[in-house]
Ligand binder design. Structure first.
Ligand code: GLU
Length: 334
């Protein structure tokens, strides 16, 4: 099998597949709920669904609410990690945060109450807040915003002050995480400044298309297809993609790896960024979430197109069939 998705090279065929999948995925919206623990997010219209697919080779496909703005939330953890790996280096990053799936909710603090423990990984709140504590000694939020605009090819990205202030008023769990990290000497900078930086990063307003641009840079080993500029080393791109596969969908990461199979990162704003390595960058937006905090229609949509467009890591030629035959006891004779 060719490594590159054939179907994406045929824009009309790929568009028809995605349109069909969107109709089915949209039916899931009523089964989810917009996030309300950040009150401002509770005001968002749940009935939105959009996707942007940017192939490494081929034409872009944008459908539905692909240009609607929403806050990036946890997808910004990818940018924090890229910055930390590039500016501080892998040794300093691994001193403060691990690289293992957590199996706990995104805002869990259980692992932090053990002596010697560090956050499981940089893609959950505790890990990302630890990374921010390190980053604020090196960069400002304006640096972060500038980098995000460039890697997302979107100069209109701004910090949504209403969402930022709303979250700052209600982020008791994140505050607890940050103080626990300070007590363990993982955060050495000012805790309030760390939390403000983290929350501002989460409040950047993006579109599915902006996320698809960032995803395509990762799919292309750190180099932009638009400016040909290198945004990060290929090692950083590889580490980020690996963590997206194992930890990017919180405690739903394993199931998502089986049902979708594309390294992805979700955010409670309803955004999803997926990297189909060497093939495409994908951004999805649909704000109604499942119980784990992942976009319910977004995940469904990705699951429907992953195999049909050959975007997944482990291609299974029988995936699109309804009945999956097993070899059974004959396997002993093979
Ligand atoms: N700003 C959110 C928080 O810290 C991000 C969570 C998410 O998107 O999963 O709770």
């Amino acid at each position: 099998m060719n490594n590159v998705s054939y179907e994406l090279r045929d824009k009309d065929k790929a568009t028809a597949i995605i349109e069909e999948a969107m109709k089915k995925a949209a039916k899931k919206i009523t089964k989810g709920h917009v996030a309300t623990y950040i009150p401002e997010l509770g005001k968002v219209d749940p009935n939105q669904l959009g996707i942007c697919v940017l192939p490494v080779e081929g034409e872009k496909i944008c459908l539905g609410d692909y240009d609607k703005r929403f806050t990036i939330q946890s997808v910004s953890k990818i940018i924090m990690l890229i910055m930390a790996l590039e500016i501080c280096g892998i040794d300093r990053v691994t001193e403060i945060v691990g690289a293992e799936p957590s199996g706990e909710a995104f805002n869990s603090l259980v692992e932090l109450d053990r002596e010697d423990s560090r956050p499981y990984n940089p893609l959950i709140n505790s890990g990302a807040i630890a990374v921010c504590g390190m980053l604020i000694d090196e960069i400002s939020f304006q640096d972060m915003l500038r980098f995000t605009r460039k890697i997302c090819c979107d100069e209109d990205i701004f910090m949504d002050r209403d969402v930022f202030e709303s979250e700052m008023r209600t982020c008791s769990r994140n505050k607890s995480i940050a103080y626990l990290l300070e007590s363990k000497n993982i955060i050495k900078s000012d805790v309030d400044d760390t939390l403000k930086f983290y929350t501002k990063c989460c409040s950047m307003s993006v579109t599915a298309e902006s996320l698809a641009h960032m995803a395509r840079v990762l799919a292309n080993d750190g180099v932009s297809m638009v400016s040909k500029k290198r945004f990060m080393s290929s090692r950083t791109a590889r580490i980020v993609k690996t963590l997206m596969l194992t930890c990017g969908m919180y405690d739903g990461s394993g199931t998502f790896a089986i049902t979708v199979g594309i390294p992805s990162k979700s955010g409670v704003g309803g955004g999803l960024m997926s990297v189909s390595d060497k093939r495409a960058g994908i951004g999805v937006f649909s704000p109604a979430l499942d119980s784990k905090g992942n976009s319910i229609a977004g995940v469904d949509l990705l699951g429907r197109i992953a195999s049909k467009l050959r975007l997944n890591l482990f291609y299974d030629p029988e995936w699109t069939k309804d009945d999956h035959e097993t070899v059974g006891k004959e396997i002993i004779q093979t």
